[in-house]
Design a protein around this ligand. Structure first.
Ligand code: Z5A
Ligand code: MG
Length: 207
């Protein structure tokens, strides 16, 4: 059995990650499964959801950071089993979001290295597509509804993502500039990259 590939779409808020994850999974049909982080359906995911949507539900930054990571660990074995069974797993956000959103808060001691530690040992994607933009995504539907959706914080997150990429080396990561591109244009750009990775023979990797 040839193992499936782990494909991650990461990026800034409202850059169209979920839209393109769905496009990819639809294009791959029965061979692919979509997993979105945070997975708000688990016990830990429900706490994360409450934190993101209820401004009166406060948690220390360290606690919510560890919950996001714990949410990825909850699904590690399930993802591993699907890959071993030959399914491609498409991830909508993962470790890089975990590190960047927490480190961007600028809390003493919560630097990139501290934030990355709890994710060490998780499966590393075979391909990471990072959606970047130069234009403002705040006009896209839904922006501003959740805790982190503030223009100034998003600017800090953007800078932090690139600092994270300097510190966590990953030769399987490709930055896609989605500014002023339609949904179809972005999909046309990523389709050949997905096609390439699923046809490669690759060993399994962990962070
Ligand atoms: N977070 C964290 O802190 N730590 C972690 O470990 C993880 C996450 C995993 C919730 O994430 C928050 O959790 C997030 C990071 C933090 N906070 N912020 N900010 P989420 O993934 O659940 O967030 P979301 O609600 O799904 O939003 P999103 O992911 O940022 O949006 P998106 O997936 O990138 O965009 P979309 O839903 O595909 O598209 C948004 C709208 O734009 C929609 O109406 C589309 O039809 C439209 N769209 C999409 N593409 C285009 C193009 N190309 N042109 C025009 N319009 C488009
Ligand atoms: Mg999304």
């Amino acid at each position: 059995m040839v193992r499936g590939k782990l494909i991650l779409i990461e990026g800034l808020d409202r850059t169209g990650k979920s839209t393109q994850c769905e496009n990819v999974v639809n294009a791959l049909g029965n061979d692919a499964v979509l997993i979105k982080f945070p997975d708000r359906t688990t016990k830990i995911g429900q706490l994360i959801n409450q934190y993101l949507t209820d401004k009166d539900f406060e948690l220390p930054a360290q606690s919510i950071h560890l919950l996001f990571s714990a949410n990825r660990w909850e699904l590690k074995e399930e993802i591993h089993s699907m890959l071993k069974a030959g399914k491609h797993v498409v991830l909508d956000r993962y470790v890089y979001s975990g590190v960047a959103y927490s480190a961007a808060k600028g809390i003493q001691g919560m630097d990139i290295s501290w934030c990355f530690n709890p994710d060490k040992g998780l499966l590393k994607p075979d391909l990471t597509l990072f959606f970047s933009n130069s234009s403002n995504m705040r006009d896209r539907e839904g922006f501003g509804e959740e805790r982190y959706e503030k223009v100034e914080f998003q600017r800090q997150v953007r800078d932090t993502f690139f600092n994270v990429f300097d510190q966590i080396k990953d030769s399987n990561r490709i930055v896609i500039d989605v500014s002023d591109k339609s949904i179809d244009e972005v999909f046309s750009e990523i389709k050949p990259l997905i096609h390439d990775v699923i046809n490669k023979e690759l060993g399994e990797c962990v962070y």
